[in-house]
Write a protein that binds this ligand. Structure first.
Ligand code: NOJ
Length: 580
């Protein structure tokens, strides 16, 4: 890390919050990764469900966007009870998506285009159709086969009550009875039994799975529910008042310790996996294979323990995604993430959207509120202001992509896609919706098939026009072909942002707030000065009145500037600072 004094702007020296990386920092400290949700990305065989051939055909589009890699949500064999996060076989590809050969082709093609490939690893639970769970059911109580999962005797007379009071993240109890008195644990759907990570076979199996895919050339893994693997000894009851509060309840507080989440024992697992990945680095000297934690953990000190030097490389900074669109909140979260991740020497992994949360072009179309973003929207709910949401989403994405660290994009955000907020109940498929009987609306609205051509049936998602979820009318105008080459379109904005970010080295850069716009002003303004790169000022105006544009050559503005060149409300500009 180098300490470079920030530039002075308008005669006011700025405050350095985060130093730049060295120019030869590993790729993953600064990478932009594009998340592909395979069932909704592109469908080549016309059955309405996306597939690997569809992805392979669109890899040039992704490479041309200017990202560094892709993360594929699961495409392993699966009954699809949770859209593939219920894995029946960790070493194969579901025929719905293609074959292992297709996956090998995808990896090779991506590498030829300069894209890294991350797979989704789902180690907390398997599908109930996984061979081990099928064997466990057949083998009966207290068998070694059952020890690979959490089977337990129920409470009460004849064990008719669940073994403890834990609840499923998807609603209802976290236990299902298999025969009189015997239950198994599932922190998610009942078709997703939790593995017992105290069992040595489970540990050995996942090391082998890692090697299976690393040997096929994948560059790493996004690790699903990384904070869930280890449960407190003896599976004790949780505090009944705390466990009753669901994540979409404003009283929800993720920092209260729970016996089912964020147990210290998870770190030993990840230290072991890191050693496996590091062996590949030694063999190949490519500095390259990585682990990225999906861990909804608070407080920050505990969250960043997943990215200590001998554990994972990246962990999503979810508080950034949850921050209300107010300068004071966004500024505070940026600063605390940079300091928190920096305290363990890790880059921040920024993210605004994924397949579990309401798309940010829709979230930001509501008045700012400290809500948890994963509760979905129904036709009868208040609808967002779509134009405002898109304007703010473009400003927020430009802010994110100017920050030092890594960033993940979710397919379709480069088109400015909103959530589908009016999906009819009968098409919904999320187990959250099904398990809560519609009380929680679930995540289908952010998983709608992508629009590739505005005039084609199914908006070009599949050759037959079939789509596994209906697309909203608004998607036609946002289709990729309608935006391609159109100045000012969201697609062209993303291409410009990613191009400049890479050329200037912003991902490995620094962050210094410009003192000219102090905390409390409704402006977020910072300089990012990469060592040996091009210093860039990023300014986002979150306040009601236009503010003067910083000096220097304008690289981009996320919407039109005022006639006098000042920056209006909900607009971000990037300015080349060394020419100021
Ligand atoms: C997190 C994944 O992102 C989500 O889609 C899934 O439902 C749960 N983990 C359970 O695997």
């Amino acid at each position: 890390m180098r300490l470079r004094q920030p530039l002075a702007h308008s005669g006011v020296v700025s405050t350095l919050i985060h130093p730049a990386d060295a120019p030869d920092a590993p790729w993953w400290r600064q990478a932009v990764i594009y998340q592909i949700y395979p069932r909704s990305f592109a469908d080549a065989d016309g059955d309405g469900l996306g597939d690997l051939a569809g992805i392979i055909g669109r890899l040039p589009f992704i490479a041309a966007l200017g990202v560094d890699g892709i993360w594929l949500s699961p495409c392993y064999p699966s009954p699809q009870a949770d859209a593939g996060y219920d894995v029946a076989d960790y070493r194969a590809v579901d025929p719905r998506f293609g074959s292992l050969t297709d996956m090998e082709t995808l990896i090779a093609d991506a590498h030829r285009l300069g894209l890294k490939v991350l797979l989704d690893l789902v180690p907390n639970h398997s599908s109930d159709e996984h061979a081990w769970f099928v064997e466990a059911l057949a083998a009966g109580p207290e068998s070694p086969q059952r020890d690979r999962y959490h089977f337990a005797r129920g409470r009460g007379p004849d064990g008719q009550e669940p073994p403890n009071n834990w609840v499923s993240v998807f609603g209802g109890p976290a236990w299902t009875q298999v025969e009189p008195g015997w239950w198994y644990l599932h922190l998610f759907d009942s078709r997703q039994p939790d593995f017992n990570w105290d069992n040595e076979q489970v540990r050995a199996e996942f090391v082998d799975v890692l090697r299976f895919w690393l040997d096929r050339g994948v560059d790493g893994f996004r690790v699903d529910v990384a904070h869930g693997l280890i449960k407190a000894e003896g599976l004790p009851d949780a505090d009944p008042e705390v466990i009753a509060i669901t994540p979409d309840d404003p009283r929800f507080d993720a920092s209260i310790p729970m016996p089912c989440w964020d147990q210290d024992g998870v770190h030993e697992v990840y230290r072991g996996w890191r050693a496996v990945l590091d062996q590949y680095d030694v063999q190949e000297a490519c500095g390259g294979r990585i682990l990225c934690a999906e861990a909804w953990v608070e407080p920050l000190e505990r969250a960043v323990s997943y990215v200590r030097p001998d554990e994972m490389h990246q962990a999503f900074a979810f508080p950034f995604l949850e921050a209300p669109w107010r300068a004071v909140d966004v500024r505070a979260v940026i600063e605390s993430m940079l300091r928190g991740y920096g305290s363990v020497g890790a880059p921040v992994t920024w993210v605004l959207s994924n397949h579990d949360v309401v798309r940010h072009a829709t979230r930001l179309g509501y008045p700012p509120a400290p809500v948890r973003p994963n509760s979905g929207i129904r036709p009868q709910d208040p609808q967002p202001d779509a134009a405002l949401g898109l304007r703010r989403a473009r400003a927020a994405s430009a802010l994110m992509l100017a920050l030092p660290g890594s960033a993940y994009l979710y397919q379709g955000e480069e088109l400015g896609l909103p959530e589908h907020t009016t999906l009819p109940p009968e098409v919904r498929q999320d187990p959250v919706w099904l398990r809560t009987r519609g009380e929680s609306v679930g995540r289908d609205g952010c998983r709608v098939p992508l629009p590739w051509s505005g005039d084609a049936p199914g908006l070009g998602f599949s050759p037959t026009g079939a789509t596994w979820l209906p697309q909203p009318d608004t998607y036609a105008a946002l289709a990729a072909d309608r935006q391609d080459g159109v100045p000012g379109s969201t697609l062209e904005l993303y291409r410009t942002m990613l191009g400049w970010r890479r050329a200037a080295g912003l991902g490995r850069g620094s962050l210094a707030w410009l003192a000219h716009y102090p905390p409390g002003s409704e402006v977020l303004a910072f300089e990012n000065a990469p060592d040996g790169g091009t210093p860039t000022v990023c300014l986002t105006n979150v306040g009601p009145t236009p503010v003067p544009r910083p000096d220097g050559e304008l690289i981009l503005a996320t919407d039109e500037l005022a006639p006098d060149g000042s920056v209006p409300t909900d607009v971000t500009v990037w300015v080349r600072a060394d020419l100021g």
